[in-house]
Design a protein around this ligand. Structure first.
Ligand SMILES: *Cc1c(COP(=O)(O)O)cnc(C)c1O
Length: 466
């Protein structure tokens, strides 16, 4: 076999990709006809593809490359760690320095008594761990029947059996016999799409109180935990009304329900604080982390666990019968630690709060003047715009959900901007290090793409409300 390199013609790479590489969340036969876009390198906020295009990555990969691409410091740490100790496990009464140092650092950064880290290889795995943790916790407390976890429709908590069950994506539940037992879903706090005539404040309260109704219906002695993303990411960057999270916190406290904040996207600076829970003013018992933990330079995730839950399980007199070969993988842990240090040394959170967020906010919100845009929202550096045929009524399109979003996404792609669509919502989550002049490029390409999409949608007769 010939060596496959960056220098092969795109068509040949695409053919090999189609022949042997099955893609996640993809209709592979359709992709094979079109050919995947082949990404060859990255630097800062820009990617290069096999045709030499320079693409502004408005999604930081999959919400993860927070420090931007091509950081030598992280490559060097990985190489050094591979030479020193490439791998060792943490199962059988052993530990190693990268796992220890990273756990101590995470505990330092995490608020309150979130002092304990259980490692995983990804966010999905960490949420599987969380299911085990909360059920084990109540088990040790003598309440094994307190095992139901309440989540939300349109939540994203990963793609393993546990993660996808916690998630509320109907398309995922439709395949493979999901959700697993004793996971139930309430409605999401998505005012723009579902709020009707209520004010956002009223709607946020009403949606939070669905949790209380569900707990009362099931009985608090059956409910182990509630899980939510402080800001829903993959569901469409849905920033809940200000009334929502304080009410969820009150309800969890009142009924003795553990609160799990899935911080896989919102952790490590994305919202301008170390954790989205701080931005939303909540105090979870467990946080799920991954993605920005290593800025995507190495696969690593985990659960940050409060003293009470940790001490209960740790002191149960029995092993916690759960773990992954790569729990606290030394190379991934060393890279993640250096990533966190760089976030601090380079004052990246200050940059998000004082420079990037305010500037992007001003330019992003101005997009709501575009005829296709119903609202433009931004928290820290995660943003969304709702596409609509009628701004006043927040109408949905008559076409299948996602048709207009997909057209818009394709225009972005053609204009060398990665902006994702979730249904007919466009979303961004750029590297946290993005500068004002790069934000100008992002907005310029987004505006051009919206203009082109608008023209296409009109000419195809798609500008019709449902
Ligand atoms: C991406 C994501 C996950 C899953 O993480 P993986 O590393 O893809 O397994 C879980 N929760 C949230 C909120 C995510 O955005």
């Amino acid at each position: 076999m010939t060596t496959i390199t960056n220098h092969m013609p795109t068509k040949e790479l695409q053919a090999l990709d189609a022949a042997h590489h099955m893609h996640p969340f993809t209709e592979d036969a359709a992709l094979a006809k079109k050919g995947a876009r082949i990404i060859t390198r990255g630097k800062g906020v820009f990617l290069t593809d096999s045709e030499g295009n320079e693409i502004l990555d408005g999604m930081a990969g999959l919400w993860c490359v927070n420090l931007g691409y091509g950081r030598k410091e992280l490559a060097e740490v990985a190489a050094r760690q591979m030479e020193e100790l490439c791998y060792y496990n943490t199962f059988f009464q052993t530990s190693h320095v990268p796992a220890i140092a990273l756990a101590a650092k995470i505990a330092e950064l995490a608020p309150g008594d979130l002092n304990h880290v259980f490692y995983a290889g990804s966010g999905s795995e960490a949420n599987d761990t969380n299911i085990r943790l909360v059920r084990r916790y109540w088990d040790v407390k003598g309440k094994p029947e307190k095992n139901i976890i309440i989540s939300r429709k349109n939540a994203y908590h990963g793609s393993t059996m546990g993660g996808a069950s916690l998630g509320g994506m109907s398309g995922m539940h439709a395949q493979g016999g999901l959700p697993i037992p004793n996971i139930v879903h309430i409605n999401q706090p998505h005012w723009y799409a579902e709020g009707g005539d209520a004010t956002p404040e009223e709607f946020g309260l009403a949606r939070a109180r669905e949790l209380e109704a569900k707990i009362e219906e099931l009985g608090a002695d059956r409910v182990a935990a509630f899980i939510g993303e402080p800001i829903q990411g993959a569901g469409g960057v849905i920033i809940p009304p200000a009334t929502y999270w304080p009410e969820i916190q009150r309800i969890c406290d009142k009924h003795g329900i553990l609160l799990i904040a899935d911080e896989v996207i919102t952790g490590f600076g994305r919202t301008g604080n170390w954790f989205g829970s701080q931005t939303m003013g909540i105090k979870p018992h467990i946080m799920t982390i991954a993605k920005g933990l290593s800025s995507g330079y190495a696969p690593i995730g985990g659960s940050i666990i409060c003293d009470e839950v940790f001490n209960t399980i740790a002191g149960s007199g029995d092993d916690f019968n759960h773990g992954y070969t790569y729990c606290g993988h030394p190379v991934a842990a060393a890279v993640a630690l250096r990533n966190l240090e760089l976030l601090e040394e380079e004052k990246v959170l200050d940059h998000v709060r004082n420079v990037a967020h305010p500037y992007l906010m001003e330019r992003w919100q101005a997009l709501s003047d575009h005829p296709l845009v119903g609202e433009a929202k931004l928290a820290g550096l995660m943003g969304s715009i709702a596409l609509t045929p009628n701004k006043e009524t927040r109408a949905k399109f008559a076409s299948d959900a996602g048709t207009v979003g997909y057209i818009t996404r394709e225009r972005c792609f053609a204009n060398n901007l990665v902006m994702r669509h979730v249904g007919d919502r466009m979303i961004i989550s750029p590297p946290l290090v993005i500068t004002p002049s790069e934000i100008d490029i992002l907005i310029e390409r987004a505006t051009k793409s919206l203009d082109e999409a608008y023209a296409k949608i009109r000419s195809e007769g798609l500008l019709k409300a449902a």
